[in-house]
Design a protein. Structure first.
Length: 251
């Protein structure tokens, strides 16, 4: 049985006081024991304060990116150990905005995934096709390629803390979510690829979450699909009520 995971990717939003305000409200709503696993990813500057506020709650903390290097002369970069020091248990890697705006390659994403998992961080590994790739019938090829290269040479033992987020690029921030049928088709495909590579036990236990214009209204139907195990939420995670509505829409 896979536990539903609802994660909020705040992107470049919220000051430290705004972060604390939102998280106080959210922690009050979620309470000590949520049936869904709840993860929030504020910006780097607010992680440490968020980590302190969330300690002792059931809400877990994620970073939105991480260096593939452990330490050293890498101006502007942040390591896995630094994220853990700030209170993170999770990190989001391979987001399409990192891929398209900052030229993150599958190879770099793979290195980051390896370093994160080796350091004890859990990983939300994002992948998904663009509108033109979908229109050209390339969705499965793109997703398969991102999986193969992003997880290349990683030991299956290391991947127990991996979650895959299917985020079709055309659905991110557009208000145009994938239909339950479209999302389920790709989630099923991802699971079948996991099965081919790592076996059925691994494939059945790995969570595959959906991201792209998720709201409580559309997620209710998306979550009914057998291979959709949660959501990676952008815009709707910036407000305690709308994020909490998504959490409760499935529990
Ligand atoms: P939106 O929910 O704003 O479309 O963003 C999705 C996303 O990119 C989450 O990582």
């Amino acid at each position: 049985m896979r536990k539903i995971l609802i994660a909020g990717n705040w992107k470049m939003h919220k000051s430290i006081p705004e972060t604390l305000e939102l998280l106080s409200l959210l922690a009050g709503k979620v309470g000590a024991a949520s049936p869904a696993e709840v993860v929030v990813a504020p910006p780097f500057t607010a992680l440490s304060a968020a980590g302190k506020l969330l300690s002792g709650t059931s809400i877990l903390l994620a970073a939105q990116n991480m260096s593939q290097n452990p330490e050293g002369a890498f101006t502007g970069e942040i390591s896995a150990a630094m994220l853990m020091d700030a209170g993170c248990q999770w990190v989001i890697l391979g987001h399409s905005e990192r891929r398209s705006l900052y030229d993150e390659t599958n190879g770099v994403i793979c290195q980051k995934i390896k370093v994160a998992l080796e350091n004890g961080l859990k990983v939300i590994f994002c992948l998904g096709e663009t509108a033109s790739q979908r229109a050209g019938g390339k969705t499965q090829d793109v997703v398969r390629g991102q999986m193969e290269l992003g997880l290349r040479n990683l030991d299956v033992g290391l991947l127990a803390s991996l979650v895959i987020a299917y985020e079709p690029v055309w659905a991110i921030g557009t208000g145009k979510n994938a239909t339950p049928h479209q999302a389920q088709e790709v989630h099923r495909f991802i699971r079948s690829e996991l099965e081919k590579k790592y076996g059925s036990e691994f494939a059945e236990s790995t969570r595959i979450i959906y991201g792209g214009s998720v709201t409580s209204e559309n997620f209710q139907n998306l979550s009914l699909e057998p291979d959709i195990d949660g959501a990676l939420v952008g815009g709707a995670s910036l407000d305690a009520d709308s994020f909490y509505d998504i959490i409760t829409s499935v529990t």
